[in-house]
Design a protein. Sequence first.
Length: 211
Amino acid sequence: MTATAREAVLGRVRDALALARPAEVTIPRAYRTGRTLHDDERLALFVDRLVDYKAQVRTCTADRAPAMIAEALHEHGARRAGAPADLDPAWLAAYDGEVQWDSPDIPARRLGELDGVVTASAAGCAETGTIFLDGGPGQGRRALSLVPDLHVCVVDLSSVVPGVPEAVARLIPERPTTLISGPSATSDIELERVEGVHGPRTLVVVIRTDS
């Protein structure tokens, strides 16, 4: 039987790999870590970056967070909001709409029927305005934070660090990580901004300043 071009190419690659001696490669890990900023500086920098990415930001103390979440949902007309099964119910105590608690049994396509979703977060990077979700408590599965058009994400200021290395150090590597830098957006061939293509069109960040 005559080998296809693909089989021939792959066969040559396998032969080359078998003959080549594996060389040890040392990957430099001299990342700049351990940086610190005062709470006020971290908050100001984080908010500045989030706003630059066109995210909507609300800051409050932990006891005011349920009211901030409810206001954000109401302002965007969300009458049916999704939430991870392990999200603190107190966060939605001020919301008078319907809450759908998520479950792996709910198909991803049904998540598109939700008006919005509320989640917690794992960490934040002030320097880049990035929020990290790693599927930890209150964060839910990846589809839950990507399919609905509105994402209300609660970030504790204590989890916001100056740079990316410090943020990554707070994550659990074995968990799937989602990085959020503002609402989902891309540009077409004429560089016209298009929002909501790969995720939520609207991102509201509620920062709990005393948590």
